[in-house]
Ligand binder design. Structure first.
Ligand code: PLP
Length: 709
């Protein structure tokens, strides 16, 4: 999947920007001409840091738009860890420079939040602070509002930076900035500098409008000339307190970024790591090269010649970064590749579309309770629940306590209802993780109540399934549960036993169950109890019995884009299968007439054949009952029948009719291959079961690949 990306040039420019930052800190032209150096490092190179902020804004926008707070926090955490490591990396230099001699708590706090503890590290806390500010603003305001606020902050920043000499002519203003500098040594920080360029990146990412090449080049040329004039004027009038903020930088960055987006190419991920490491490590290289120059008496060349010095620092930083990335990839290479043997591909976009389609099909006021039990029917419950939560799903259903706890530990915030039995001795765990428990019957409620701890529950009514639930007719017991001191009833529900069937007698049975359910609910209401949230439909419930309307619909299998079997349903929805299962061809071999295949010798070849061994078996969740006759998989868009018994780790197929099969080719067990498709419903039927069982039993040996646009 090496799609050409719009942002390939962004990756390349990261490297250029990293070298510009090295230039800012080494002044390559200073030994030749002070003014030339000023132009290079204090004007032109000033595009580097804003560029990094813009890239961040550009990529983070889609997550802010979706209010994906978890991603934003994760992103800031990563930056925070990078910052922490960098701070530690520079402790020795700080110590050597006497930083710790008269240090105060105030100084440390100021350094950590704004100044960065070492001269180049201010960028990392600024990025975190900027991202938090921009995210906060975007949660409340439209993009133009955020741009405006960021610009106003930037204007204040300009006053404390390049335009300082101009604005401090007014005493009040000077007082303001004096105060400001007590908190942060510069205004080019996370408040007055970063938001502007983050917002600019967000804006470009949001509008997706690409300006023409001509416009971006003209715009960039004009604005860099403006930037140059602005810089030179401020310089010659000696107005600058510091020199990283200019007005001209804003249009300049806008056009530069648009220009970089014009070229498609392969994205180069390693350049991202390399440029980050160069940025972090180059001050160390400066120190080391100086030390080395002195030690070998090459000061004249290595230090005093600023250009050689710059090159030395750049090359050594680059080499260091390159080796680090190499080591990192080497370490990763030693892990098995995910698509090496047998894997499941999970299409999260399909999941989102299904959730939308289902939610839209529900009557007003009825909310989707996403059932993510059994590892989200084998799809990976954490990823599935997170994706759904980001799409606005607020209630989840699981089967066991451990499943609920797992979701909570991984940050799922919505209500979680445990649909099955929880051992009453684990009640503290229910409370600690804020989980709602299903009340299985009166006796169970009584046990929970006696624990003396308040607990949120949904009562299950048995209306004819005769599995879990208090009998719908036991009004006295039900009232008793509502009266229990420690039982907080959040809802009451039932489950239909033949909702998937449209046979007349089954429809009559389901209607009777629904009637029983609502009769009991009405009774409880008439007695003055608030029954809580109502729900009785699962996937087939909403497809075959839309009315009466409830508060929740407990949707499992349909969320994953399939149904349990191929039975007809009253309504049909546009759902897409979320999972495909794939494996590799281990080898291709000839089979002569009358030779048998696999355990038990259940298949003997009627003629000379070509067969392939596929790297998936019943330990991966492919039922052994699929063996022989009925089963097939897809290879090169064609059906390949399964031969003989399915083994624990392999199965064998007939590829006589399929040309060009070779080892390592991909075989599709469930899903699409070209024009052909194996629907999970068909697959399950051939195994003599329903999709729910197939999916939930997929072995934990499969690798999971999550795909999203
Ligand atoms: C599993 C389960 C569901 C979900 O059923 P689907 O048919 O997969 O939608 C709903 N309610 C209860 C009580 C369940 O156990």
């Amino acid at each position: 999947m090496n799609h050409l990306k719009r942002y390939a040039s962004l990756d390349s420019f990261r490297l250029a920007a990293a070298f510009l930052i090295v230039a800012i800190h080494t002044s390559p032209l200073i030994s030749m001409s002070a003014i030339a150096d000023f132009i290079l490092t204090r004007i032109i190179a000033r595009v580097a840091v804003p560029f990094f902020f813009m890239v961040t804004g550009y990529f983070i926008y889609s997550h802010i738009e979706k209010k994906d707070t978890r991603y934003i926090i994760g992103f800031c955490k990563k930056l925070g860890i990078t910052y922490l490591i960098s701070v530690i990396l520079y402790l020795p230099l700080n110590w050597y420079a006497g930083y710790f001699k008269n240090i105060t708590v105030y100084q440390i706090v100021k350094d950590i939040i704004f100044d960065g503890t070492f001269y180049h590290l201010w960028y990392l806390p600024a990025a975190v602070l900027g991202v938090l500010i921009i995210t906060g603003l975007l949660y409340k305001l439209k993009i133009c509002g955020v741009l405006l606020i960021s610009f106003l902050l930037y204007l204040i920043g300009l006053g404390g930076d390049s335009y300082y000499g101009l604005v401090v002519k007014a005493d009040a203003v000077k007082g303001f900035y004096d105060l400001l500098f007590k908190v942060s040594s510069y205004t080019r920080n996370g408040i007055f500098f970063a938001p502007m360029f983050l917002a600019l990146g967000v804006w470009i990412g949001h509008s997706k409008k690409q300006i023409s090449k001509k416009l971006s080049i003209t715009g960039f040329t004009l604005s860099i000339i403006l930037l140059f004039i602005e810089g030179m004027l401020l310089y010659s009038f000696k107005l600058q307190r510091h020199d990283s903020m200019y007005i001209g930088l804003i249009p300049c960055m806008y056009f530069l970024f648009q220009f970089l987006l014009l070229k498609n190419g392969k994205s180069k991920k390693s350049l991202r790591s390399i440029s980050l490491i160069i940025y972090i490590i180059h001050p160390w290289m400066i120190v080391l090269i100086r030390g080395f120059g002195k030690a070998v008496n090459l000061e004249k060349i290595l230090i005093n010649n600023s250009l050689v010095h710059f090159l030395g620092v750049s090359i050594s930083s680059f080499l260091f970064a390159w080796v680090m990335v190499l080591i990192q990839t080497k370490l990763k290479k030693n892990e098995p590749s995910k698509t090496g043997r047998a894997w499941a591909e999970i299409n999260l976009d399909a999941l989102k579309d299904n959730a939308k389609e289902l939610q839209n099909s529900l009557p007003d006021g009825c909310k989707l309770m996403a059932i993510v039990k059994a590892n989200a029917y084998g799809h990976g419950d954490i990823r599935i629940a997170r994706t759904l939560e980001n799409e606005g799903v607020k209630v989840f259903g699981v089967a066991t306590l451990a499943e609920g706890v797992g979701l909570r530990k991984n940050g799922i915030k919505g209500d979680i209802l445990i649909l099955g039995f929880t051992n009453p001795k684990d009640i503290d765990c229910l409370i600690k993780y804020c989980l709602m428990q299903t009340v299985l019957n009166y006796e169970y409620a009584d046990t929970l109540n006696r624990s003396g701890k308040k607990i949120r529950v949904h009562i299950k009514l048995d209306t004819g399934m005769h599995r879990l639930g208090e009998d719908y007719n036991h009004f006295e017991e039900l009232e008793g549960i509502y009266k229990m001191k420690n039982i907080i009833v959040d809802g009451i529900f039932t489950h239909l036993s033949v909702a998937d069937s449209l046979k007349e007698e089954d429809i009559i049975y389901s209607k009777m169950q629904i009637e029983h359910y609502f009769k009991t609910v009405s009774y409880l209401k008439s007695k003055g109890y608030n029954p809580g949230k109502l729900h009785y439909q699962s996937s087939y419930g909403i497809l075959n019995y839309k009315e009466p309307r409830c508060d929740y619909a407990r949707i499992g299998i349909a969320l994953y884009g399939i149904l349990s079997n191929s039975n007809k349903t009253k309504t049909t929805l546009n759902l897409q299968p979320v999972m495909s299962v794939k494996a590799r061809i281990a080898l291709v071999r000839e089979l002569s007439r009358n030779e048998s295949v696999s355990y038990g010798r259940t298949f003997t070849s009627p003629k000379d054949m070509k067969i392939a061994v596929i790297t998936i078996g019943y330990a991966d969740g492919i039922p052994r009952s699929l063996s022989g006759e009925s089963g097939y998989i897809l290879i090169h868009d064609k059906k390949a029948p399964i031969l003989g018994r399915i083994c624990m780790d392999q199965l064998i197929v007939d590829v006589t009719e399929i040309k060009e099969v070779k080892p390592n080719d991909i075989a599709t067990i469930i899903g699409k291959d070209g024009e052909e498709e194996i629907r999970c419903e068909d697959f399950a039927e051939r195994c003599g079961t329903i999709t729910n069982e197939i999916l939930s039993r997929l072995g934990n040996r499969l690798e999971y690949i999550y795909q999203m646009k």
